[in-house]
Design a protein around this ligand. Structure first.
Ligand code: GDP
Length: 319
Protein backbone atom coordinates (compact mmCIF):
# COMPACT_ATOMS: atom_id res chain seq x y z
CA UNK A 1 0.00 0.00 0.00
CA UNK A 2 1.21 3.48 -0.82
CA UNK A 3 2.23 5.40 2.30
CA UNK A 4 0.84 8.83 3.19
CA UNK A 5 4.39 10.19 2.82
CA UNK A 6 4.64 8.92 -0.76
CA UNK A 7 1.22 10.38 -1.54
CA UNK A 8 2.35 13.69 -0.08
CA UNK A 9 5.40 13.83 -2.26
CA UNK A 10 3.28 13.32 -5.37
CA UNK A 11 0.58 15.74 -4.21
CA UNK A 12 3.19 18.41 -3.53
CA UNK A 13 4.32 18.17 -7.12
CA UNK A 14 0.75 18.90 -8.21
CA UNK A 15 -0.62 15.45 -9.03
CA UNK A 16 -4.40 15.38 -8.77
CA UNK A 17 -5.18 11.77 -7.75
CA UNK A 18 -2.77 11.70 -4.77
CA UNK A 19 -4.15 15.08 -3.68
CA UNK A 20 -7.70 13.73 -3.75
CA UNK A 21 -6.63 10.58 -1.87
CA UNK A 22 -4.89 12.58 0.87
CA UNK A 23 -7.91 14.85 1.23
CA UNK A 24 -10.11 11.80 1.76
CA UNK A 25 -7.71 10.46 4.38
CA UNK A 26 -7.86 13.65 6.44
CA UNK A 27 -11.53 14.33 5.73
CA UNK A 28 -12.63 10.92 7.02
CA UNK A 29 -9.95 10.67 9.67
CA UNK A 30 -8.74 7.41 8.12
CA UNK A 31 -5.61 5.63 9.35
CA UNK A 32 -2.70 7.80 8.31
CA UNK A 33 -4.58 11.09 8.88
CA UNK A 34 -2.44 11.91 11.88
CA UNK A 35 0.75 11.33 9.90
CA UNK A 36 -0.49 13.58 7.10
CA UNK A 37 -1.41 16.38 9.51
CA UNK A 38 1.90 16.09 11.39
CA UNK A 39 3.86 16.20 8.15
CA UNK A 40 2.01 19.17 6.68
CA UNK A 41 1.14 21.50 9.55
CA UNK A 42 4.40 23.52 9.27
CA UNK A 43 3.29 24.57 5.77
CA UNK A 44 -0.22 25.65 6.77
CA UNK A 45 -1.06 29.34 6.88
CA UNK A 46 0.02 30.73 3.54
CA UNK A 47 -3.21 30.53 1.56
CA UNK A 48 -5.83 33.21 1.20
CA UNK A 49 -9.02 31.65 2.59
CA UNK A 50 -12.35 33.07 1.57
CA UNK A 51 -15.79 31.86 2.63
CA UNK A 52 -18.88 32.35 0.45
CA UNK A 53 -22.20 31.79 2.12
CA UNK A 54 -25.85 32.47 1.37
CA UNK A 55 -29.20 30.75 0.92
CA UNK A 56 -29.74 28.28 -1.91
CA UNK A 57 -30.31 30.03 -5.22
CA UNK A 58 -28.53 33.26 -4.34
CA UNK A 59 -25.87 32.35 -6.89
CA UNK A 60 -23.04 31.05 -4.70
CA UNK A 61 -21.80 28.46 -7.17
CA UNK A 62 -21.96 30.92 -10.03
CA UNK A 63 -20.13 33.54 -7.99
CA UNK A 64 -17.54 31.00 -6.85
CA UNK A 65 -16.92 30.12 -10.50
CA UNK A 66 -16.45 33.81 -11.33
CA UNK A 67 -14.11 34.32 -8.37
CA UNK A 68 -12.21 31.19 -9.28
CA UNK A 69 -11.56 32.57 -12.74
CA UNK A 70 -10.55 35.97 -11.32
CA UNK A 71 -8.11 34.52 -8.77
CA UNK A 72 -6.76 32.01 -11.25
CA UNK A 73 -5.53 34.92 -13.35
CA UNK A 74 -3.18 35.96 -10.55
CA UNK A 75 -2.56 32.68 -8.66
CA UNK A 76 -1.13 29.50 -10.07
CA UNK A 77 -3.22 27.20 -7.88
CA UNK A 78 -6.73 27.84 -6.62
CA UNK A 79 -9.06 25.43 -4.77
CA UNK A 80 -12.77 25.31 -4.01
CA UNK A 81 -14.19 23.41 -1.05
CA UNK A 82 -17.97 23.05 -1.35
CA UNK A 83 -19.77 22.32 1.90
CA UNK A 84 -23.08 22.73 0.16
CA UNK A 85 -25.01 19.49 -0.32
CA UNK A 86 -26.85 20.93 -3.31
CA UNK A 87 -23.65 22.15 -4.86
CA UNK A 88 -23.14 21.15 -8.49
CA UNK A 89 -19.75 19.54 -7.97
CA UNK A 90 -19.21 15.93 -7.02
CA UNK A 91 -15.78 14.55 -6.43
CA UNK A 92 -14.14 17.13 -8.61
CA UNK A 93 -16.56 16.64 -11.51
CA UNK A 94 -19.08 19.31 -12.31
CA UNK A 95 -22.72 18.54 -12.89
CA UNK A 96 -25.13 20.68 -14.83
CA UNK A 97 -24.32 23.22 -17.45
CA UNK A 98 -21.95 25.45 -15.54
CA UNK A 99 -19.94 26.26 -18.58
CA UNK A 100 -17.46 28.54 -16.94
CA UNK A 101 -16.85 26.21 -14.06
CA UNK A 102 -16.40 23.33 -16.45
CA UNK A 103 -13.80 25.25 -18.36
CA UNK A 104 -11.80 25.99 -15.24
CA UNK A 105 -12.19 22.39 -14.08
CA UNK A 106 -10.05 21.27 -17.00
CA UNK A 107 -7.39 23.59 -15.66
CA UNK A 108 -4.68 21.81 -13.62
CA UNK A 109 -4.30 24.88 -11.45
CA UNK A 110 -7.83 24.39 -10.13
CA UNK A 111 -8.94 21.80 -7.62
CA UNK A 112 -12.57 21.36 -6.58
CA UNK A 113 -13.62 19.34 -3.58
CA UNK A 114 -17.09 18.58 -2.23
CA UNK A 115 -17.38 17.69 1.41
CA UNK A 116 -19.61 14.72 2.14
CA UNK A 117 -22.27 15.61 4.64
CA UNK A 118 -21.81 14.03 8.03
CA UNK A 119 -24.95 14.88 9.94
CA UNK A 120 -25.16 17.27 12.81
CA UNK A 121 -22.28 15.83 14.80
CA UNK A 122 -20.18 18.96 14.50
CA UNK A 123 -17.67 16.80 12.65
CA UNK A 124 -18.21 18.65 9.41
CA UNK A 125 -16.45 21.82 10.47
CA UNK A 126 -13.42 19.89 11.71
CA UNK A 127 -13.28 17.75 8.60
CA UNK A 128 -13.53 20.87 6.44
CA UNK A 129 -10.79 22.49 8.52
CA UNK A 130 -8.46 19.57 7.89
CA UNK A 131 -9.25 19.64 4.16
CA UNK A 132 -8.64 23.40 3.91
CA UNK A 133 -5.40 23.15 5.91
CA UNK A 134 -4.11 20.38 3.70
CA UNK A 135 -4.90 22.29 0.50
CA UNK A 136 -3.12 25.28 2.04
CA UNK A 137 -0.06 23.18 2.92
CA UNK A 138 -0.01 21.67 -0.57
CA UNK A 139 0.46 25.13 -2.04
CA UNK A 140 -2.99 26.27 -3.11
CA UNK A 141 -2.70 30.03 -2.93
CA UNK A 142 -6.40 30.82 -2.77
CA UNK A 143 -9.05 28.56 -1.20
CA UNK A 144 -12.73 29.36 -1.64
CA UNK A 145 -15.06 27.67 0.83
CA UNK A 146 -18.72 27.60 -0.24
CA UNK A 147 -21.44 26.88 2.34
CA UNK A 148 -25.20 27.26 2.57
CA UNK A 149 -25.68 29.91 5.21
CA UNK A 150 -28.13 28.15 7.42
CA UNK A 151 -27.24 26.46 10.66
CA UNK A 152 -24.58 26.54 13.32
CA UNK A 153 -22.62 23.97 11.37
CA UNK A 154 -22.15 26.39 8.48
CA UNK A 155 -21.22 29.16 10.87
CA UNK A 156 -18.56 26.88 12.36
CA UNK A 157 -17.29 26.10 8.90
CA UNK A 158 -17.12 29.72 7.93
CA UNK A 159 -14.98 30.46 10.95
CA UNK A 160 -12.20 28.55 9.23
CA UNK A 161 -11.70 31.29 6.68
CA UNK A 162 -10.09 34.70 6.88
CA UNK A 163 -12.77 36.66 5.05
CA UNK A 164 -16.46 35.86 4.91
CA UNK A 165 -18.59 36.98 2.02
CA UNK A 166 -22.36 36.77 2.62
CA UNK A 167 -24.61 36.70 -0.43
CA UNK A 168 -28.17 37.82 -0.87
CA UNK A 169 -30.29 38.83 -3.85
CA UNK A 170 -32.76 41.61 -4.69
CA UNK A 171 -36.28 41.07 -3.44
CA UNK A 172 -35.23 38.58 -0.81
CA UNK A 173 -36.74 40.32 2.20
CA UNK A 174 -37.02 37.03 4.07
CA UNK A 175 -33.48 36.21 3.25
CA UNK A 176 -32.33 39.52 4.63
CA UNK A 177 -34.23 38.78 7.84
CA UNK A 178 -32.43 35.46 8.05
CA UNK A 179 -29.13 37.18 7.51
CA UNK A 180 -29.99 39.50 10.35
CA UNK A 181 -30.67 36.52 12.57
CA UNK A 182 -27.12 35.33 12.67
CA UNK A 183 -25.07 35.36 9.56
CA UNK A 184 -24.67 39.11 9.53
CA UNK A 185 -22.39 38.92 12.54
CA UNK A 186 -19.90 36.85 10.63
CA UNK A 187 -20.03 38.86 7.37
CA UNK A 188 -16.88 40.72 6.39
CA UNK A 189 -18.24 41.64 2.98
CA UNK A 190 -21.91 41.69 1.97
CA UNK A 191 -22.89 41.04 -1.61
CA UNK A 192 -26.16 41.68 -3.38
CA UNK A 193 -25.81 39.23 -6.26
CA UNK A 194 -28.11 39.24 -9.30
CA UNK A 195 -27.77 43.01 -9.21
CA UNK A 196 -28.92 42.94 -12.84
CA UNK A 197 -32.42 42.28 -11.45
CA UNK A 198 -34.80 44.96 -10.17
CA UNK A 199 -34.63 45.79 -6.48
CA UNK A 200 -30.87 45.74 -6.06
CA UNK A 201 -30.78 49.32 -4.76
CA UNK A 202 -33.42 48.51 -2.17
CA UNK A 203 -31.50 45.42 -1.02
CA UNK A 204 -28.29 47.42 -0.70
CA UNK A 205 -30.18 50.05 1.28
CA UNK A 206 -31.72 47.49 3.65
CA UNK A 207 -28.41 45.78 4.28
CA UNK A 208 -26.60 49.05 4.85
CA UNK A 209 -29.26 50.12 7.32
CA UNK A 210 -29.06 46.82 9.11
CA UNK A 211 -25.33 47.19 9.46
CA UNK A 212 -25.74 50.52 11.23
CA UNK A 213 -28.10 48.96 13.77
CA UNK A 214 -25.86 46.34 15.33
CA UNK A 215 -22.95 46.94 17.67
CA UNK A 216 -19.80 47.01 15.57
CA UNK A 217 -17.60 43.98 16.27
CA UNK A 218 -14.46 45.95 15.54
CA UNK A 219 -13.37 48.85 13.36
CA UNK A 220 -13.99 47.00 10.08
CA UNK A 221 -17.20 48.20 8.41
CA UNK A 222 -18.42 45.45 6.05
CA UNK A 223 -18.99 47.00 2.63
CA UNK A 224 -22.18 46.20 0.71
CA UNK A 225 -21.38 45.40 -2.92
CA UNK A 226 -23.36 44.48 -6.00
CA UNK A 227 -22.40 41.69 -8.33
CA UNK A 228 -23.83 39.93 -11.29
CA UNK A 229 -22.12 36.59 -11.17
CA UNK A 230 -23.45 35.54 -14.56
CA UNK A 231 -22.04 38.55 -16.40
CA UNK A 232 -19.04 39.16 -14.17
CA UNK A 233 -20.08 42.69 -13.25
CA UNK A 234 -18.78 43.68 -9.83
CA UNK A 235 -16.42 40.72 -9.48
CA UNK A 236 -13.28 42.87 -9.65
CA UNK A 237 -14.73 45.15 -6.97
CA UNK A 238 -15.50 42.13 -4.81
CA UNK A 239 -11.95 40.82 -5.20
CA UNK A 240 -10.66 44.28 -4.24
CA UNK A 241 -12.94 44.48 -1.17
CA UNK A 242 -11.79 41.03 -0.04
CA UNK A 243 -8.17 42.14 -0.43
CA UNK A 244 -8.86 45.25 1.66
CA UNK A 245 -10.43 43.12 4.36
CA UNK A 246 -7.47 40.74 4.31
CA UNK A 247 -4.99 43.60 4.66
CA UNK A 248 -6.97 45.11 7.49
CA UNK A 249 -7.34 41.73 9.25
CA UNK A 250 -3.65 40.96 8.99
CA UNK A 251 -2.58 44.36 10.18
CA UNK A 252 -4.81 44.56 13.23
CA UNK A 253 -4.26 40.96 14.30
CA UNK A 254 -7.77 39.73 13.44
CA UNK A 255 -6.40 36.99 11.16
CA UNK A 256 -4.16 35.73 13.92
CA UNK A 257 -7.05 35.83 16.39
CA UNK A 258 -9.20 33.73 14.06
CA UNK A 259 -6.42 31.22 13.46
CA UNK A 260 -5.77 31.03 17.17
CA UNK A 261 -9.45 30.47 17.99
CA UNK A 262 -9.72 27.76 15.33
CA UNK A 263 -6.61 26.04 16.68
CA UNK A 264 -7.90 26.15 20.25
CA UNK A 265 -11.11 24.48 19.11
CA UNK A 266 -9.16 21.81 17.23
CA UNK A 267 -6.83 21.03 20.14
CA UNK A 268 -9.75 20.79 22.53
CA UNK A 269 -11.54 18.44 20.13
CA UNK A 270 -8.43 16.26 19.89
CA UNK A 271 -8.15 16.18 23.68
CA UNK A 272 -11.78 15.17 23.96
CA UNK A 273 -11.22 12.40 21.43
CA UNK A 274 -8.20 11.10 23.34
CA UNK A 275 -9.94 11.20 26.71
CA UNK A 276 -12.91 9.28 25.27
CA UNK A 277 -10.61 6.75 23.67
CA UNK A 278 -8.70 6.20 26.92
CA UNK A 279 -11.94 5.90 28.79
CA UNK A 280 -13.32 3.41 26.30
CA UNK A 281 -10.25 1.26 26.90
CA UNK A 282 -11.01 1.23 30.62
CA UNK A 283 -14.47 -0.21 30.09
CA UNK A 284 -14.15 -3.88 30.97
CA UNK A 285 -17.13 -5.74 29.52
CA UNK A 286 -16.93 -8.53 32.11
CA UNK A 287 -16.96 -6.10 35.00
CA UNK A 288 -19.82 -4.16 33.43
CA UNK A 289 -21.78 -7.40 33.02
CA UNK A 290 -21.18 -8.27 36.69
CA UNK A 291 -22.30 -4.82 37.73
CA UNK A 292 -25.44 -5.10 35.60
CA UNK A 293 -26.37 -8.32 37.38
CA UNK A 294 -25.89 -6.67 40.74
CA UNK A 295 -28.04 -3.72 39.73
CA UNK A 296 -30.78 -6.13 38.65
CA UNK A 297 -30.46 -7.81 42.03
CA UNK A 298 -30.98 -4.36 43.59
CA UNK A 299 -27.63 -4.56 45.33
CA UNK A 300 -26.46 -1.39 43.62
CA UNK A 301 -28.08 1.43 41.74
CA UNK A 302 -26.84 2.19 38.20
CA UNK A 303 -25.04 5.40 39.24
CA UNK A 304 -23.10 3.63 41.99
CA UNK A 305 -22.26 0.89 39.52
CA UNK A 306 -20.81 3.37 37.04
CA UNK A 307 -18.83 5.16 39.73
CA UNK A 308 -17.47 1.98 41.23
CA UNK A 309 -16.41 0.73 37.81
CA UNK A 310 -14.62 3.98 37.09
CA UNK A 311 -13.00 3.95 40.53
CA UNK A 312 -11.07 0.77 39.79
CA UNK A 313 -11.09 -2.80 38.60
CA UNK A 314 -12.10 -4.23 41.98
CA UNK A 315 -14.81 -1.66 42.53
CA UNK A 316 -17.78 -3.81 41.70
CA UNK A 317 -16.76 -7.42 41.84
CA UNK A 318 -15.63 -7.38 45.45
CA UNK A 319 -18.14 -6.54 48.10
P1 GDP B 1 -26.54 28.64 -5.38
O1 GDP B 1 -27.64 27.68 -5.08
O2 GDP B 1 -26.48 29.72 -4.36
O3 GDP B 1 -25.21 27.98 -5.60
O4 GDP B 1 -26.94 29.38 -6.74
P2 GDP B 1 -26.50 29.08 -8.24
O5 GDP B 1 -25.12 29.55 -8.48
O6 GDP B 1 -26.81 27.66 -8.54
O7 GDP B 1 -27.47 30.04 -9.04
C1 GDP B 1 -28.88 29.89 -9.02
C2 GDP B 1 -29.45 30.46 -10.30
O8 GDP B 1 -29.25 31.87 -10.35
C3 GDP B 1 -28.78 29.92 -11.55
O9 GDP B 1 -29.77 29.71 -12.53
C4 GDP B 1 -27.83 31.02 -11.97
O10 GDP B 1 -27.58 31.04 -13.36
C5 GDP B 1 -28.58 32.26 -11.55
N1 GDP B 1 -27.68 33.39 -11.24
C6 GDP B 1 -26.55 33.36 -10.51
N2 GDP B 1 -26.01 34.58 -10.46
C7 GDP B 1 -26.81 35.42 -11.16
C8 GDP B 1 -26.77 36.81 -11.46
O11 GDP B 1 -25.87 37.55 -11.06
N3 GDP B 1 -27.81 37.32 -12.20
C9 GDP B 1 -28.82 36.54 -12.63
N4 GDP B 1 -29.78 37.11 -13.35
N5 GDP B 1 -28.88 35.20 -12.39
C10 GDP B 1 -27.89 34.65 -11.66
Amino acid sequence: MITPEALLERARSGEVAPTARLLSIVENDEPGAERVVRATFPDVGRAIRIGITGSPGTGKSTLVAALLAAYRRVASRVAVVAVDPSSPYTGGAILGDRIRMRETSLDRGVFIRSMSNRGASGGLARATGRVVDLLDALGFEVILVETVGAGQQEIDVIRLVDSVCVLTIPGAGDDIQAIKAGILEIADVLVVNKADKPGADQAVKELTQMLTLGEPRNDWRPPVLRTSATTGDGIDELVAALARHRDWARQCGETERRHHAAMRTEIEALMRERVLRDLARRIDATAVAAAASRVLQKELDPYDAAELLLAGPEGVSTT
